[in-house]
Design a binder for this molecule. Sequence first.
Ligand code: PLP
Length: 455
Amino acid sequence: MTDIHQLGDKELLDRNTANSLDAQDPLSKFRQEFAIPTRGDVAGDKPIVEKETDLEEPCTYLCGNSLGLMPKQTPILVNQEFDAWSRRGVEGHRNHPYNRPWVTVDEQVKEHLANLVGAKPVEVTAMNTLTSNLHSMMTTFFRPTKDRFKIMIEAKAFPSDHYAVSSHLESRGLDPATALITIAPRAGELNLRTQDILDTIEGDKSIALVMLSGVQYYTGQFFDIPKITKFGQEKGCIVGWDLAHAVGNVPLKLHEWQVDFACWCSYKYLNSGAGGIAGLFIHEKYAKDTSRPRLAGWWGNEKENRFDMSPEFRPSEGASGYQQSNPNVLATIALLSSLQIYEQAGGIEALRIKSLKLTGYLEKLLHLVLDAHFKADHIRILTPADPEQRGCQLSLEFPERMMDVFDGLHAYGVICDERKPTVIRLAPVPLYNSFADVYRAVMCLAKVMDQVYSS
Ligand SMILES: *Cc1c(COP(=O)(O)O)cnc(C)c1O
């Protein structure tokens, strides 16, 4: 297997190198499990610069960090649920033509989710959506006292996390102006230093809950989850994680790392479709703990006596005890369809091996092909250069002409996303992206940059 770090400039610039890396890639066959929009599909009413004939070609999709592509199997499985519904009606809850009775549909994904995040099945469940699960976990794990009443998040946390934490504090009669602690990179630096995170925790004894993201959505920085978790807990904090950009992207060992709780959405790297059902992890140490308050619902009740319809709540052990409503079957089965592919591909460990190569290749090619633009400060990479401190995503900053670059890439059928004012995120996803995708994206970017800066 070619080591991308051994490739010389001439080989890197050669398109055949991308093809040969794809030929050597044991995971390349999984690309065909996904529906990839064509360049014509994504062009919409925006101009497209390629020849007409190329409109049938697949677009170069580097946006799995925002919305993962659809597995071709998903409409088949979801249609089976419509079939079950049409043929069985309410009976489908227990008597299901495809052996996925709806009363226990959430159990279909439990084991898969546990494998993905390094957990025991009792520690995970699929439920609700990410932001509502964050609220739910704060209800349970944020127990403010007179001396400890603060929540710590990143200054540039995803806006929904900001809103959730601020509004949650207010719902407890606390003022975010004093109870919300945010942490930012040092002046002139792009990423947070682990030591600064630890020092902030150490420096403020009134922090009750540390809630950071596993992989930062904007910069792509992958935080040292075990170290921060251990340190925060030693200082008396609960440590929870928002894994929206980490799950399905980087290997996680939530059980071993003793993480208190974690939440994630499933439509990014987990390809469950827009608004898909979210995931929840609660460490086994709380599996039988009924001392904490929770936002309960009937689906959190033990399944053996859920239908006794008793007003007395008897929670299931572990994460399932925090479920509220009966889960959305269509969303759960869409998620299952994608998780089955993860399993076939050998799980997140196998994907990470490819991911390190794919993103390493992207980084090397960018520096080589866009060297002059890097030197002229037209572009820089925000994401840490250390592969251990990032997932698959590279965040590129274009201080002056970001939207022109973004529109130019779109016109070539390179689909990525922009975060105003200056950032474009490229995420080569190991499950369906190829080295040829990366090669094409960089070559298109080079053409676009030359056009933008010559006009
Ligand atoms: C994508 C994302 C969200 C989105 O929240 P939803 O409740 O799923 O709409 C929230 N937080 C982070 C960090 C995200 O990356």
